[in-house]
Design a protein around this ligand. Structure first.
Ligand SMILES: [Zn+2]
Length: 402
């Protein structure tokens, strides 16, 4: 078997034949030619037989390593005139538009990014983290299930911050599949408007409930004409608990700072770590509360709307009377959103699974801190908890070899 034929079978790239193989200092260079005569616009797939010109230099793509060797694919490409995109270099069947890597290489990186950390990926595949970001963005654009926005009924809208809280992403999840189906940079009304624009009026109509947190302007977007004005807004109890925890922390820090001024430091020391005792002191519970708590434990956290309403109102009136400013504010916030909190309990759109999804997203975002683009951070999230099936090069059906 000739070397060129051997490399055709080794590479398994679609639509090419190998012209020449050369070993260089740090890489194997494989020069290939396209089998097809027609030129294809890389942006829209428009094809033509007429060539504008041929590029004066070879284009190169990094392919999967061959043992310890880097493998570089080279080809002399032609240019065409696309009626939509003007003069463009023709697309190739083995790489995504605008990429210097083959599809096989990119799919491997996309799969690795869902499970391995920055150091592991960069060392293993020998590319830097921002390049990983660009690769996974292309994998996301190409590989997400095109039907992900069909049949949405109960959805959740969440914001996540990344890069030290200066950047935000808005994520929309499908409660039924427990997957993130849409995302975009930003966290205001306009950001979510972008989701409804993409969804369109027809598909927006099926949405019956939207869960969200209480601070963002998402409700405003949901209520607009053509969006989902009839959907029930649900305020996730998970977010209510987060707000209460924050209020408690503020009060606790105030007390802690006062205690630290005292000459006797043992009081301050005893106070530290008392937060959970404060929350759970059983002698403070009324008979009804104690019974509710028992029921709650027995049923694994499943409460009915009336019980939640009772506990919520009771908490609010106590918080208002506490004289502690963070709790007075919290009570006012909860009262204003009472209907939405109870709707969340009634419809059960927020559940342990959704919280688990949120926790996972936060873990992924921690890994995305090194990226400089929010699209890359979004890609990492979508590739990990979005509707996508990762197919590795060896799992794909064999292309006809030549
Ligand atoms: Zn085009």
């Amino acid at each position: 078997m000739r070397v060129t034929a051997a490399f055709s079978r080794l590479l398994r790239l679609p639509g090419i034949w190998v012209r020449q193989v050369s070993f260089e200092a740090d890489r194997v260079a494989v020069t290939v030619a396209l089998r097809r005569w027609r030129l294809v616009c890389p942006d829209c797939g428009y094809t033509t037989r007429s060539r504008h010109d041929t590029r004066p230099v070879d284009s190169t793509w990094r392919h999967l390593d061959l043992g310890v060797w880097r493998l570089e694919v080279r080809a002399r490409l032609r240019r065409l005139v696309c009626p939509t995109h003007g003069v463009r270099t023709e697309g190739v069947p083995f790489a995504r538009a605008g990429s210097r890597f083959t599809r096989d290489f990119e799919d491997l990186v996309g799969f690795l990014a869902t499970t391995a950390d920055k150091t592991t990926i960069c060392r293993l595949v020998r590319i830097d983290w921002d390049t990983v970001g660009r690769v996974i963005t292309r994998v996301m654009d190409d590989g997400l299930d095109p039907n992900r926005l069909e049949s949405l009924f109960e959805i959740g809208v969440d914001e996540v911050s990344w890069r030290k809280r200066h950047n935000y992403l808005t994520l929309v999840s499908n409660h039924r599949t427990n997957q993130v189906v849409w995302g975009a940079p930003g966290r205001d009304t306009a950001t979510l408007d972008g989701f409804f624009d993409e969804l369109g009026t027809e598909r927006s109509r099926t949405i019956t409930a939207v869960s969200m947190d209480m601070s963002a302007g998402y409700a405003k977007s949901v209520g607009k004409d053509g969006h989902a004005p009839k959907a029930v807004i649900c305020y996730d109890p998970f977010h209510v608990v987060a707000l209460a925890t924050k209020a408690l922390d503020v009060v606790r820090r105030q007390v802690w700072n006062e205690l630290r001024q005292l000459p006797d430091q043992s009081v301050a020391k005893r106070f530290k770590g008392a937060r959970w005792a404060l929350l759970k002191n059983p002698t403070d519970l009324t008979d009804y509360q104690a019974a509710t708590l028992r029921k709650l434990r027995r049923r694994g956290g499943d409460l009915e709307e009336a019980e939640v309403a009772y506990l919520l109102d009771r908490f609010c009136s106590r918080a208002s009377r506490s004289g502690l400013k963070p709790f007075v504010t919290l009570a006012r916030t909860i009262r204003r959103h009472r209907a939405g909190i109870l709707a969340a309990v009634r419809l059960g759109v927020n559940n342990a699974r959704h919280e688990a999804l949120n926790r996972r997203v936060r873990m992924i975002v921690n890994r995305a801190y090194g990226f400089h683009s929010s699209r890359a951070a979004l890609a990492l999230i979508m590739l990990t908890v979005g509707p996508i099936t990762h197919v590795l090069p060896h799992e794909r059906p064999t292309a006809p070899s030549g």
